[in-house]
Write a protein that binds this ligand. Structure first.
Ligand code: PMP
Length: 426
């Protein structure tokens, strides 16, 4: 297309562009769509890739001969811990397999720190006058709502293509002992798709912090969720932290929520052995052991780490076309207008769309009136507040491909209409 930037149009040209978009929007509304791009969920055909789980396990005994139907084994099935150790590039001794949600494990680590403090703490975090976390933005909404719910203050830093802005992070943590932790989604971040580079990871693990018990919640939810042949390896957080003399700083999380079944998978945590012992000590007050039947059926489904990687390539075949459709629709509708930028992620579950400042809420409202549900504007920021009102998270995995195409063509119309209205008014 030979479009020119919207800002370069004369008032008459802008008025004609606006009228054109208003007509396109009226046509869109007339179609009576009912489409939903709100949450990053696997589609039914992705869940079907793990259909064999319903008939597994074929035995009730684990490798050591223990009966998985019974109590015990709080740190999870050793054979599953070994598979995850290889996939995450850590030692099996550092890994713990739990229930079906890594978010629950993050919540447990955080509440245990609040109630008792952890390795290196001077006191329980609840006894500090105030606790603050560094939050790269845009980020995962549930990370932020968890902190808000627990009364933890949030300090934002920019999320760049190679991870959190390390200079901004280092400045926040250097002198203020109330800054106790931060979130990092190191691989194919939600929603930007950023991948933390080894240099950024090294800096985060080595930076001086005023708090002696500073924790990095290293949420590797998308570690294996590649969309291209470039199957990037996550930075070695535990190794880098240990080498820098901060072995307890990172706590790693992952799960099979978007590998097998989001509601019935297995969550994983990896940490220093001191942190793992601390966590198990408190966890043992709450549980006699995890669902080892589910652990064993996951072991049988995959066999080994390569089995997981092969499985992820089948997911890629199903969802990569949906990501391509998002890019195609945005390119067709918006290329050259200079009113939007979007990511072309090489993995993960989201596309990050930045529209003209002060128009994201309007775009989401327009889409809603046309029957297209989008994640609320601002959702990727603490307290749902995007200071520039420009960020929209798109989640294309769940709807069928034709619905992704229809919804994204509609979104492009809404973005163009909101921009034209804004520039006309301004
Ligand atoms: N972390 C991130 C970054 C996510 O995007 C999600 C799912 N949307 C989760 C964690 C949730 O993980 P789980 O299903 O293991 O609780």
């Amino acid at each position: 297309t030979s479009r020119v930037p919207l800002r370069s149009l004369s008032p008459d040209e802008l008025a004609s562009f606006l009228a054109h978009q208003q007509q396109a929007y009226a046509d869109l509304q007339a179609r009576g769509l009912k489409l939903d791009l709100t949450r990053g969920k696997p589609a039914p055909d992705q869940l079907d890739l793990s259909a064999a789980l319903l008939d597994l396990p074929t035995t009730t005994l684990d490798r050591s001969g223990a009966d998985v139907r019974n109590y015990g084994g709080l740190e999870g099935l050793p054979e599953l811990r070994e598979i995850f150790a290889e996939l995450l590039g850590v030692e099996a001794a550092q890994v713990l397999c739990g229930g079906n949600s890594s978010l629950t494990m993050m919540h447990q680590v955080l509440t245990f720190l609040l109630l008792w403090g952890g390795p290196g703490s001077e006191r329980a975090w609840k006894d500090e006058p105030v606790i603050k976390f560094v939050c790269p933005v845009p980020g995962y909404d549930r990370h932020f709502s968890m902190l808000a719910d627990l009364g933890i203050e949030m300090l934002t830093v920019p999320m760049n293509a190679d991870g959190p802005d390390v200079d901004a992070v280092a400045a926040l943590v250097a002198d203020d002992p109330a800054v106790k932790g931060m979130w990092v989604v190191p691989t194919y971040a939600n929603p930007t798709g950023s991948v933390v580079s080894p240099e950024v990871a090294r800096a985060l693990m080595a930076m001086p912090t005023a708090a002696p018990d500073f924790r990095i919640f290293w949420d590797n939810a998308y570690a294996l969720h590649h969309l291209t042949d470039d199957e990037v390896a996550s930075a070695d957080a535990l190794g880098l932290a240990a080498a820098a003399g901060n072995p307890d700083r990172p706590v790693l999380f992952a799960s099979t929520s978007k590998i097998t079944w989001a509601g019935a998978g297995v969550a994983v945590m990896a940490s220093s052995e001191a942190t793992k012992a601390w966590f198990l000590k408190h966890l043992s007050m709450a549980s006699i052991g995890p669902d080892k039947v589910n652990h064993l059926r996951h072991v049988e489904l995959f066999g080994d780490a390569e089995g997981v990687r092969a499985h992820m390539r089948r997911h890629r075949e199903l969802i990569a076309p949906k990501f391509a459709a998002v890019d195609a629709a945005l390119t067709a509708g918006l290329e050259g207008l200079e009113i939007a930028e979007w990511t072309r992620p090489t993995g993960g579950y989201f596309v990050n769309l930045d529209v003209l400042d002060d128009t994201a809420s309007r775009v989401v409202a327009l889409a809603k009136e046309a029957g297209i549900a989008l994640t609320p504007a601002g959702a990727s920021f603490p307290h749902g507040q995007d200071p520039r009102d420009r960020n929209i998270r798109l989640a294309p995995t769940f709807p069928p491909l034709d619905q992704v195409e229809a919804a994204m063509a509609g979104v492009a119309t809404c973005v163009a209409l909101a921009a034209a209205e804004h520039l006309t008014a301004g």
